[in-house]
Design a protein around this ligand. Structure first.
Ligand SMILES: NC(=O)c1ccc[n+]([C@@H]2O[C@H](COP(=O)([O-])OP(=O)(O)OC[C@H]3O[C@@H](n4cnc5c(N)ncnc54)[C@H](O)[C@@H]3O)[C@@H](O)[C@H]2O)c1
Length: 250
């Protein structure tokens, strides 16, 4: 078991990449705090995880709300005695409009969840990790944090921001034993990409525009997050690992 006895917090754990990672963390011996804004799907994931015999709780959290993130960290530390791993993963896509037509409300919604949410998670978890002498934080960026794409201004900006925020936290807290990295998925088969699924031609184009010629699975991201969470990556910090089937180089 690669995470035996570790306490992990996973945001956006009710679906897709977060859910798959929570299952992998459990399999590897970690205690898991599942967190999501979606209470119903969160409860379903919790039930599934408990059936497998893993130790877990669910805390409903909107990652864009400071008081809720603060409470998430408090409740996690109280439940399991501290925090070793944070997978700062909750995120949303954006409505597909050109920058000049984008409302300020839509900009704020996406950036508040995808970027401010990552900041808040680190702001409150880092002091908890320092009490334990260290920890590992994994933030979710995206291929679209490396590369601009039409009609995705707030998504591009927020995911690019995650890459540099990751570097910032890595250099500020490395000597405190806290490693901070990001995972940058390409197109992964989860509900967030449903907007492209409706049209067969678009789906084919989106999912095959990479060196491997196929869409990725949530488990393929979860395995990378597991590596970054575990001591196997003990000399890796400040980096953003692309898991995109070779899409950026395609
Ligand atoms: N699937 C992809 O192709 C892809 C590619 C690159 C990056 N990502 C990123 O991966 C992460 C996970 O996405 P996914 O693909 O698993 O999608 P998903 O929609 O399956 O999961 C996202 C989860 O985040 C939760 N969430 C949304 N807003 C929230 C909020 N304010 N507070 C707390 N939880 C909230 C949702 O309820 C959902 O359970 C996101 O950050 C996303 O941007 C996904």
């Amino acid at each position: 078991m690669r995470l035996k006895g570790k306490v992990s917090v996973v945001t956006g754990a009710a679906s897709g990449i977060g859910r798959a990672t929570a299952l992998v963390f459990g399999r590897e011996g970690a205690k898991i705090v599942l967190s999501d804004v979606d209470e119903k799907k969160g409860a379903e994931t919790l039930e599934e995880i408990k059936k497998l015999g893993y130790e877990a709780i669910f805390v409903r959290t909107d990652v864009s709300k400071e008081d809720e993130v603060k409470l998430l960290v408090q409740e996690s530390a109280e439940a399991f005695g501290g925090i070793d791993i944070l997978f700062n993963n909750a995120g949303v896509g954006n409505s597909n409009v050109r920058l000049a037509d984008l409302s300020v409300e839509e900009w704020d919604r996406v950036v508040d969840i995808n970027l401010k949410g990552v900041f808040l998670g680190m702001k409150y978890v880092i002091p908890e990790m320092m009490k334990r002498g260290g920890g590992s934080i994994i933030n979710t960026s995206s291929l679209l944090g490396f590369k601009g794409k039409k009609y995705l201004a707030p998504y591009n900006a927020s995911k690019g921001g995650v890459i540099l925020l990751t570097q910032n936290a890595a250099v500020e807290y490395g000597t405190k034993g806290i490693r901070v990295n990001a995972v940058a998925p390409g197109v992964i088969d989860t509900p967030i990409v449903d907007q492209w699924r409706e049209d067969d031609r678009i789906w084919k184009a989106v999912t095959t525009s990479n060196a491997l010629g196929r869409v990725g699975t949530p488990d393929e991201i979860a395995n990378t997050v597991l590596f970054l969470a575990s001591d196997e990556s003990s000399y890796i910090t400040g980096t953003s690992i692309l898991v995109d089937g070779g899409a950026l180089t395609y």
